[in-house]
Structures are given as structure tokens and as C-alpha cells.
Design a protein around this ligand. Structure first.
Ligand SMILES: Nc1ncnc2c1ncn2[C@@H]1O[C@H](COP(=O)(O)OP(=O)(O)OP(=O)(O)O)[C@@H](O)[C@H]1O
Ligand SMILES: [Mg+2]
Length: 324
């Protein structure tokens, strides 16, 4: 049984805007499922539907095997925790007050709420933040408090919509640790969206890429990287300026297969061996400080899939499998 399963859900907003088209996904129990996509791809819309707050226009959603209907919605909602893109913790109250309020909303008996509060505070080292108004803490801490709050009702699945947006490196790492703990210690299924590919790489088991309301692909992280593995050659230049100056030359010769990034130029799908490219550099009198075969990062895969889909028009499911 999957934690979440959807069959061809679509969403048309009252304005007529079609935000989701035939979205079919499966999220396994206990995994971190990461949804990637550019601004406006439909990620938050999908989260709002899966977390029971918006209704899909067509299609079906199952949570832990139970179809989401008017009859099941309240029972299913109690199994779901949601941390939306905006901070939802009441900043004028302390964390403790927020957590007890949340417990009351979910009808959790007082004694149980007290235990749950102590356990969460200990587990995530939040003691320092317990008794002061949340407004006095930094954005990064507020976000972690928001998540602790969502865990008060012991949800079976936790939705995190861009949990680390705008955070500094340290806060982001603290958040990653918290997410890993939620997965491994509380066994909660986590559905995450992010624009940081490094974050998806660090945390997720399954990655799903969306574009313009459609799923382009859903697969395990290792399979995804395999789509373009060993298909890159990286030319490193002594300075970024030298890389920029040579880029036009590369483009003329290799076309769209080259990308520029700081001091490096990358060539995807190379058709010859390294010697060929070394000779070409010599012939063209282009000086590099290194040339290597590199394995692809999630960023390479993401950019390629997003660009390829764009180039091929409004194709439905892309050419990679979307089910397992
Ligand atoms: N309540 C609404 N009414 C009408 N259109 C909406 C509404 N909410 C979102 N949209 C539109 O639906 C599309 C998908 O938006 P959504 O917020 O789901 O994208 P997203 O992938 O979460 O983007 P971001 O990365 O910017 O958060 C966008 O074109 C957006 O403008
Ligand atoms: Mg969003």
C-alpha cells in the first residue's frame, strides 16, 4: 500500500487557469518524496490537494489506501501534517502555547499533549525556544518550530512546502537534520518541495519533476541520475573570464550541447573520446586547466529534462516511466 496515490488528477482554478493536468504519482510509506519544478509548475496546488485542503477538479486521491471523499476527508485530514510556504505558527504565542493550542485543535487529551510536547522538544533540541514568543526568533528557527507544531498530531505523512527557502547554510543544515530525524525516528512519510537541488539530493528517496502542471518523471534518485550518467565532459578554465571568452567557440562547434558554469564548460552526450577533444582544443588554441569525464548531478538531470520537455512541446508524460 502506498502512503499517497493519485490517478490522473487535474485542477482548474475558478479563474480558468489549469494548474494540474493528469497528475499520477505514487509515494511509498516512510520515504522522502521530493517534488521539483519551476515557479508556477503546480507544486503547492498539488500539496494543497493531497493534504485535503483543495479539491481536485477531476481524478482520484488515495491516502494510505483510503480514497479521499466527502465522507473520509475529516478522518484523513487528521493523519496529515502540513507546513505551508508561509509560516503558520502564531508568532505572538510561545512555542509551548502554540503546541498546546494545536493539540486542542486535534482533540488530543491534555496529558498526551504534554508528553508529545516534551518528546518533540527533546528530540529536536528546541528547549531554548519553548517559553518565549515565537516572534523573537529568526526565520530559520520559526520554520523548525512550524514543523514541530505540525508533528503534534503525530501525522502519518508530513507535507513540507519549500521548508528551507531563504535560509542561511547553517539553518538549512539544521533543517535537513530535522527532516532526516523525522524520517528515521518517527517513520513519517515526507512529501517535500524545494528549489534547491542540493537539498533534494541530500534528502530524497524518490524525485518527481513537474512542468506546467504535468509530471515529467518520477523515479528513484539513483535511476534519475542514470538518465544522463557518464555523458558529460567538463572543461575547466584558469579563470571564469577565459571560460566566457571560449564559450562562443564551443557553441559554434558543439551547438546546444554545451553549458557554461563559472570556470567550467560542460559538454553533454559526447560522441568521441577524450583524446579527440584534447586535439580539438590544441587545434583551436584553446587553453584549459583540466578536462574530465564527470557524472551528472541532479541539477544536470533537472535542467535537461525541463529543457527537453520544453523543446518537444506540450507532450503528456515525457519519455520516462512514471510508475513502478
Ligand atoms: N488560488 C489560485 N487561483 C488561481 N490561480 C492560482 C491559485 N493558486 C495558484 N494559482 C496558479 O496556479 C499555477 C500553479 O501555482 P502553484 O502555486 O501551485 O505553483 P508552484 O509550483 O507552487 O510555484 P512556486 O514555486 O512559485 O511556489 C500558477 O500559474 C499560479 O499562478
Ligand atoms: Mg509553491
Amino acid at each position: 500500500m502506498y502512503a499517497i496515490e493519485t490517478d490522473q488528477i487535474s485542477k482548474t482554478y475558478a479563474s480558468g487557469l489549469v494548474a494540474l493536468k493528469d497528475v499520477t504519482i505514487q509515494v511509498k510509506q516512510g520515504e522522502v518524496f521530493c517534488l521539483l519544478g519551476q515557479n508556477g509548475a503546480g507544486k503547492s496546488t498539488l500539496i494543497n490537494i493531497l493534504s485535503t485542503f483543495f479539491k481536485a477538479t477531476t481524478g482520484t486521491v488515495k491516502l494510505f489506501g483510503t480514497p479521499l471523499t466527502d465522507q473520509t476527508i475529516m478522518a484523513l485530514r487528521s493523519q496529515v501534517g502540513t507546513v505551508s510556504q508561509q509560516i503558520s505558527v502564531d508568532t505572538h504565542l510561545s512555542l509551548k502555547e502554540n503546541m498546546l493550542f494545536q493539540a486542542a485543535l486535534y482533540d488530543i487529551p491534555k496529558e498526551k499533549a504534554g508528553q508529545q510536547l516534551t518528546e518533540l522538544i527533546d528530540r529536536f533540541n528546541l528547549t531554548d525556544y519553548l517559553n518565549y514568543p515565537v516572534v523573537s526568533f529568526s526565520g530559520g528557527i520559526k520554520r523548525r518550530l512550524d514543523i514541530a507544531l505540525a508533528l503534534m498530531s503525530s501525522p502519518k505523512v508530513l507535507f513540507l512546502d519549500e521548508p528551507t527557502v531563504g535560509m542561511d547554510v547553517q539553518s538549512r543544515q539544521a533543517m535537513w537534520q530535522m527532516i532526516q530525524q523525522i524520517k528515521s525516528e518517527l517513520m513519517t512519510t515526507i512529501f517535500l518541495t524545494t528549489h534547491y537541488l542540493e537539498e533534494a539530493e541530500q534528502l530524497s528517496d524518490t524525485i518527481c519533476i513537474m512542468k506546467d502542471g504535468r509530471i515529467i518523471t518520477q523515479d528513484s534518485q539513483s535511476n534519475l541520475k542514470g538518465y544522463v550518467s557518464d555523458q558529460l565532459i567538463e572543461f575547466t578554465f584558469p579563470t571564469p573570464t577565459r571560460a566566457i571568452n571560449s564559450f562562443e567557440h564551443f557553441k559554434q562547434h558543439f551547438g546546444k550541447k554545451v553549458t557554461l558554469n563559472a570556470r567550467t564548460i560542460r559538454l553533454s552526450k559526447p560522441e568521441r573520446d577524450l583524446d579527440y577533444y584534447l586535439n580539438w582544443l590544441l587545434q583551436e588554441a584553446i587553453e584549459v586547466s583540466g578536462i574530465n569525464r564527470v557524472s551528472s548531478t541532479l541539477e544536470d538531470v533537472f535542467l535537461r529534462l525541463i529543457t527537453e520537455e520544453g523543446a518537444e512541446g506540450d507532450e503528456n508524460q515525457g519519455h520516462f516511466k512514471t510508475d513502478h
